[in-house]
Design a protein around this ligand. Sequence first.
Ligand SMILES: Nc1ncnc2c1ncn2[C@@H]1O[C@H](COP(=O)(O)OP(=O)(O)OP(=O)(O)O)[C@@H](O)[C@H]1O
Length: 349
Amino acid sequence: MDLSIRNLVKRFDRLTALDNVTLDVPHGNFVCFLGPSGCGKTTLLRVIAGLEDADEGTIELGGEDLTAVPTRARNFGVVFQSYSLFPNMSAARNVGYGLECRRWDKAKIGSRVDEMLDLVHLGDHRTKLPAQMSGGQQQRIALARALAPDPSLLLLDEPLSALDAKVREELRVEIRSLQQRLNLTTIMVTHDQEEALAMADVVVVMNKGTIEQIGSPRELYAEPQTAFVADFIGRMNILRLDENAPMQPSFGGVALHLADSAHTADHITALGVRPEMISLTEVDAAGDNTLSATVTGVTYLGNITRVEVVTDAEPKAPISVELHGASAVPKVGERLGIVIPAEALRVLA
Ligand SMILES: Nc1ncnc2c1ncn2[C@@H]1O[C@H](COP(=O)(O)OP(=O)(O)OP(=O)(O)O)[C@@H](O)[C@H]1O
């Protein structure tokens, strides 16, 4: 069922945690709320779950207004960062507990618990207590518990952030494939951009209680609309343009040419370019968007080498260039030219 959020406002005293948030989540989508600490993503998830009341706005699921529907009756599965399993209950009992509360009959609970434990590959762990399981296993049990009542929406609040890197990556893949198999509309809160890009169909980038941009991971990476999004998702060089520039954008007095399709704003103040889009050339090479520069740092990172340069035009604004694989790597202090392709420049608000 589609989830439709309209003009949500949530205040805590004088702080506006959600400021007029409007969002559509189509059925079967995996959506990530992504943003820095304090941007309001957990509050938004909690309002959707019914754990927090909104001050203004509406939430509808499949056309039904949820405002007056209590948390319990919403039938949403929720998984939190801390596994929040009952410590004195076995894995199986934890998974079945919500079904007992919903008064499912015993035989049905037994078969559903088996099914859920198999789904998360923990059929052999049914009698274990939470303390006898690893963090990753406990989080799988929490997931099985959330899925057992066949929820209409799955809400995940930083479910992987307490786990170590390897387990986190395994569970990423597992959660995503489960979600796709069940075609279950899912919302996950994270502050980890890599996690959001790897898992989501749609990423909602939040900043200070508002939505900055909504898009697929590819769209957000390739076409960020604001400097905030550009900076938050991947690495982006942000070129602050000369303020007194006439119609032609310029950086440190050097005119920059944009692709025709980039000319959307009247007054452009900043441009973004991804480090991997910039190439190196001779220091005195001529050509559009070619700036002479000095290398100030070189960092070898295995698959890429990151080269920091300062341009003669604007020495106060260092620029990162990423070279792939077997490219020739310059040395610190070397003079060279950088080429910024017009089609790689993004206009940022
Ligand atoms: N119960 C509360 N009472 C008062 N202020 C709150 C409450 N819950 C959240 N806030 C404030 O609302 C803002 C948004 O908080 P929220 O937890 O939604 O942010 P977040 O993006 O999830 O951050 P984090 O990643 O750190 O959890 C913050 O400034 C926070 O301090």
